[in-house]
Design a protein around this ligand. Structure first.
Ligand code: AMP
Ligand code: MG
Length: 325
């Protein structure tokens, strides 16, 4: 079992920073999900992150820093539109992918010559990044492909046997991962929808492109078809369609974003919001998937949400969670 310590205690931040500088892994809270952190300049520590998560080495990690000035140390160029987003959305759930400085070891970026950088807004994450004074490579603190953790207890369940320390910062307020936006030439390309909406990004820098799975230099593993997945079979209903009824003897769960009158027969119904409020629903999404995953259900029916605002990130995660190999 990992030790869980309260991140609001400055001594805990000092202990965690010392552990990170010594090459140990530390799980810590961010506003999106809990991260599994390692000193990004320590190749052995970073290799441990891949090992503990069972994450393939072709899947690059996001590097977390305390501010934009520090981010600038690890990129060889910051195009003006990237700088505008960093200024506007940092600290916050936005990751920018920039041409990589050689200071960042190749293992962090899976050999790509770009690096993903983010300044998280969670006060515990920021305190830790300031104290450690190293860039911290941190993917979500879960086994590769499974649902991301949004509480310290989730991390304990998932990785407690494999890591020494979890810093507790309470439940994550955003609850879906950061938006990943790449700037490798003049284009801005959203590789993964996330906590900052594309509408908000476009309001700052104008039109952006979406994804680019055909471009090897922009491959983004959070975009694997099956990812963020529970074990139970998830079925997304079409937007606005009524939920199918369970077959006789079938154990079916339901995940809703709006209040619905359900007749009968479902084993468990989880309502993330009464009125489709996605800012309220998102922080509860992954915990709800975990809960539904542990009930031994035959399937879980999931209400779809409109794909704008946070709905893009939510539908992206739900589609990957529902995808089968
Ligand atoms: P996570 O495992 O949730 O931390 O996700 C990390 C995300 O950042 C994945 O979707 C990665 O594909 C993306 N990412 C990290 N580094 C890069 C990079 N250099 N180029 C493109 N995407 C990246
Ligand atoms: Mg992840």
């Amino acid at each position: 079992m990992a030790t869980i310590l309260d991140g609001s205690d400055p001594h805990v931040i000092a202990v965690a920073a010392t552990a990170l500088r010594a090459g140990e892994l530390v799980a810590f809270p961010t506003e999106t999900v809990y991260g599994l952190g390692a000193d990004a300049l320590n190749e052995q520590a970073v290799a441990q992150v891949f090992a503990v998560k069972n994450r393939p080495f072709f899947d690059p990690l996001i590097v977390h820093v305390p501010d934009a000035a520090t981010a600038a140390l690890y990129a060889v160029a910051i195009p003006p539109r990237a700088a505008a987003l960093m200024e506007h959305f940092w600290p916050g759930p936005l990751t920018v992918v920039l041409p990589k400085h050689p200071r960042i070891p190749d293992i962090v970026t899976a050999g790509l010559d770009s690096v993903a950088l983010r300044v998280p807004s969670h006060p515990v994450a920021l305190a830790l990044l300031q104290a450690v004074a190293r860039p911290i490579a941190a993917p979500s603190a879960n086994p590769f492909g499974y649902i991301s953790p949004t509480t310290a207890a989730h991390v304990q369940d998932l990785l407690g046997e494999a890591i020494p320390l979890i810093v507790d910062g309470g439940p994550c307020a955003v609850g879906v991962e950061s938006t990943v936006c790449a700037f490798l030439d003049d284009d801005a390309v959203i590789l993964r929808p996330g906590g900052v909406t594309s509408e908000a990004i476009e309001a700052v820098i104008g039109p952006v492109q979406f994804s680019a799975s055909d471009r090897a230099d922009l491959r983004s593993p959070g975009t694997l078809p099956r990812h963020y997945s529970p074990h139970v079979n998830l079925q997304l209903t079409a937007l606005g369609d009524p939920l199918p009824l369970p077959l006789s003897g079938e154990r079916v769960g339901v995940l809703l974003f709006t209040e619905q009158r359900l007749t009968q027969g479902y084993v468990e119904v989880v309502m993330l919001s009464r009125d489709g409020n996605l800012t309220e629903a998102a922080p509860r999404l992954f915990a709800a998937l975990r809960w539904l995953d542990c009930l031994g259900l035959d399937r879980v029916l999931v209400e779809s949400v409109p794909e704008h605002g946070l709905g893009r990130a939510i539908m992206d995660r739900l589609r990957r969670a529902a995808a089968r190999d």
